[in-house]
Design a protein around this ligand. Structure first.
Ligand SMILES: NC(=O)c1ccc[n+]([C@@H]2O[C@H](COP(=O)([O-])OP(=O)(O)OC[C@H]3O[C@@H](n4cnc5c(N)ncnc54)[C@H](O)[C@@H]3O)[C@@H](O)[C@H]2O)c1
Ligand SMILES: [Zn+2]
Length: 351
């Protein structure tokens, strides 16, 4: 088993091992003296893994109550949070009890947020079951939900007490969501590890290197959030490809490309532009393009660069006249370049 420790105030351990969910109870027992566990999952994951986790919790002396909601981003709202909190009340969850989030990023973000605000904050544990949540959302302490005005506009920083990652759960994940996570995996390689990027280029299929890769990605995220918990400096690097991706997602009303797919398109677009502008080592965009192709991720979106930059600029208006772009020096090395709003269009449109 691999153990990664996030240091600092409210630090926590991330355990990675195949088959780990069937031993969840033992590890959670070592972490907490809680009597009750409130197990939160969604309508896809609860039937697949709910019993395995619940049985292991009960075998370790926990009293378990469960709450499941309809899978999907549409459920990631304050109504579901209210239902969760009411169910926690009626199950008699107390200040020293614990919430376990079993599922993808939607489950983790919402269960984390409900834990952050219930009784002014109780402990919670992440058991992420999508590639995206294993490499990204389960680590870092960001929790929350969407409101009509936009995604993730309500939330709290609330670290988990423990993260349990079992790569075997990915066996039931659809290709669409696997690709989605791969967009973020490629991102980690591009911004921080040429070795990881290379291993993605060289592997025959991702499954062969899945667990090793998850460990590397989690460790990169750990280093970044440890240095910069609240996203002022280093953590911004994790947004590589995301400024463009958010604009694509917004243009498609969050009903088109999956997030990781949009991140892929964003990484390629910005690296093509930054290569032209002389910021990035030549050939980097080509390598990103080849990797996206290898994992069947899209290379372009059906929207003009002109329209996308309009959306980006509209989004950033509130934050002053500069837009922080994350660019690559070369594969494995990245930096933040503040760019004047007026220069953004030329940067992207010079093609
Ligand atoms: N907190 C953060 O730092 C952070 C970072 C990135 C993304 N996010 C959030 O994460 C969310 C996206 O996460 P996601 O992609 O995991 O979405 P998700 O939770 O909706 O999961 C995707 C789909 O896969 C299903 N599923 C999950 N695990 C499965 C498994 N093992 N087998 C079969 N089906 C499974 C789910 O039911 C769902 O239908 C977004 O809401 C995003 O805002 C948060
Ligand atoms: Zn992302």
């Amino acid at each position: 088993m691999k153990t990664i420790t996030v240091k600092g105030k409210n630090g926590y351990k991330i355990l990675v091992e195949k088959g780990l969910i069937s031993k969840a109870g033992e590890h959670i027992r070592e972490t907490t003296s809680a009597k009750k566990v409130f197990l939160i999952s969604d309508s896809n994951v609860m039937p697949l893994y709910g019993n395995i986790v619940s049985d292991s919790l009960k075998a370790n002396g926990f009293e378990v109550s469960a709450f499941s909601f309809e899978a999907g981003e549409k459920s990631k709202n304050l109504d579901t949070i209210t239902q969760m909190i009411y169910a926690m009340c009626s199950s008699g969850i107390g200040r020293t009890d614990i919430v376990v989030a079993l599922g993808g990023g939607v489950v983790g973000d919402m269960a984390g947020f409900a834990s952050a605000i219930y009784l002014r904050g109780i402990d919670f544990i992440q058991i992420p079951t999508t590639l995206l949540s294993q490499v990204d959302s389960s680590v870092g302490g960001k929790t929350g939900c969407d409101i009509e005005y936009g995604k993730n506009l309500v939330g709290a920083f609330h670290n988990p007490r423990l993260v349990l990652i079992d790569a075997n759960t990915l066996k039931t994940l659809s290709q669409k969501y696997m690709n989605d996570g791969l967009g973020e995996v490629i991102k980690y390689g591009a911004i921080k590890s040429s070795k990881l990027f290379k291993s993605l280029e060289e592997c025959e299929k991702f499954e062969d290197i899945a667990e090793k890769t998850i460990i590397e990605c989690v460790d990169i995220k750990r280093q970044v959030v440890q240095k910069d918990f609240t996203e002022k400096g280093e953590r911004m690097l994790l947004n590589f490809g995301h400024t463009v991706a958010h604009a694509i997602e917004k243009y498609e009303n969050f009903e088109g490309m999956a997030h990781g797919e949009a991140v892929g398109v964003g990484m390629l677009a910005i690296t093509k532009a930054s290569e032209k502008a002389g910021y990035t080592e030549k050939g980097s965009a080509k390598r990103i393009e080849k990797l996206l192709e290898k994992f069947s991720l899209p290379l372009t979106a059906a929207v003009s660069a002109d329209k996308l930059t309009d959306i980006m600029l509209f989004d950033k208006k509130r934050r002053g006249s500069k837009i922080n772009l994350v660019l690559l020096k070369k594969i494995g090395s990245s930096f933040v370049e503040p760019m004047e709003s007026e220069k953004l269009k030329a940067f992207f449109l010079e093609d």
